[in-house]
Design a protein around this ligand. Structure first.
Ligand code: HEM
Length: 338
């Protein structure tokens, strides 16, 4: 159906959303210069550059740093009577992890958080300070590369030519936006789901092997990017409906995750659910490159909180309330740490 308020065609069933996300005739909107906006051979080449830096051994190398940050943040909370997990934990940890992956100074974490609050996302946002701030780092990496992801991008060649500063900055913007706002919201929803279901939290505490399933179930039920927008670059049939070139399509990832034909009793948070995968990381050629990093950061975050704060629970009278449309999650999580 068409939604006049959003100015877009809504696609909501699981199978239709997955197919729409992967359709070559549907491109990202609004226009921008991140990976999400590239297509064809350039897109594949740039993905191939970033991908190895966010997988396997490279991500494992970040593990120690992210885990240490998680424990420091969790122990700081242990002394408090009441705290906001979003401001003091969720917003900090994922951004620090991606700042470290890129090899940027730890002190930039707070600055990147501010950029994310001002609209930097991996789905199209940009921040005017990013170029100026990165310029000296790019020059240094081009002259003396290290072993961080920024050095990989600065020394990479596509079709025999190095990436321009603008291309590198666009890629870095995607990574900082993805590592910042999106992962912070996902982590906040994850913690909210577990604190809201103490029986399941106990299950995860007793069986740490369940953490990846608990994380996936939270992404299914409460994805941080519940609407992914695309624009038809030529006439196309989507979910049985003919759309003209230029039509905007809203892929309702949040609705797909609660499609009752795919997920029985879909509103229920159930860490033992198993079954088909969620679409929170998209699907097809643009699917998220940071999924592994995000999963590791969430797992370290949860382990650190459970270790340092065995009595963690909601502050009296507090109820989490997700907010937002294109990006969504609780903006405050008031807890009693002990
Ligand atoms: C739970 C956290 C995250 C969620 C739910 C998420 C979700 C998404 C979604 C929905 C897309 C668009 C997929 C599509 O258009 O089909 C995407 C793309 C992307 N994500 Fe993430 N993301 C997360 C974390 C991250 C992190 C930590 C990074 C990097 C450090 C990252 C980097 C990217 C990049 C570079 C793209 C663009 C890929 C492309 O266009 O080829 N994301 N993500």
């Amino acid at each position: 159906m068409r939604d006049d308020l959003l100015g877009a065609w809504l696609v909501s069933r699981y199978g239709d959303v997955r197919a729409a996300l992967a359709r070559p005739a549907l491109h990202a909107v609004p226009p921008g210069r991140t990976l999400a906006h590239l297509e064809g051979a350039t897109h594949r080449a740039h993905r191939d550059l970033v991908d190895p830096g966010l997988r396997g051994r490279a991500v494992a190398a970040l593990a120690a740093g992210a885990s240490r940050t998680a424990h420091v943040l969790a122990h700081r909370l242990a002394a408090r009577r009441e705290a906001d997990l979003v401001a003091e934990f969720c917003q900090w940890l994922p951004t620090a992890a991606v700042v470290a992956a890129l090899g940027l100074p730890y002190e930039d974490t707070a600055r990147v958080q501010q950029w994310c609050r001002d609209g930097l996302t991996h789905l199209g946002g940009h921040h005017h300070e990013l170029d100026a701030r990165l310029r000296p780092h790019l020059a240094r990496r081009r002259a003396r590369p290290g072993d961080d992801l920024l050095s990989v991008l600065c020394t990479a060649e596509v079709a025999g030519r190095p990436l321009s500063d603008e291309a590198v900055t666009g890629l870095v913007g995607s990574l900082l936006g993805g590592g910042g706002e999106t992962t912070a919201l996902a982590l906040a929803s994850f913690l909210a789901n577990l604190l809201d279901h103490p029986d399941q939290l106990e299950l995860v505490r007793a069986r740490p092997g369940l953490v990846p399933a608990a994380w996936a179930e939270s992404l299914r039920r409460d994805p941080p990017a519940p609407v992914v927008l695309r624009r038809a670059v030529r006439p196309v049939v989507v979910a049985g409906t003919s759309l003209p070139a230029g039509a905007v399509v809203a892929c309702l990832v949040g609705a797909a995750g609660r499609d009752p034909a795919r997920f029985p009793d879909p509103d229920r948070y159930d860490v033992l659910r198993g079954g088909p995968g969620h679409l929170a990381f998209g699907a097809g050629r643009h699917s998220c490159l940071g999924a592994e990093l995000a999963g590791r950061v969430a797992a370290y975050g949860l382990h650190a909180l459970l270790d340092a704060l065995p009595g963690l629970r909601w502050a009296p009278g507090f109820r989490p309330a997700p907010q937002g449309l294109l990006t969504r999650g609780p903006r405050v999580l008031l807890v009693r740490p002990r």
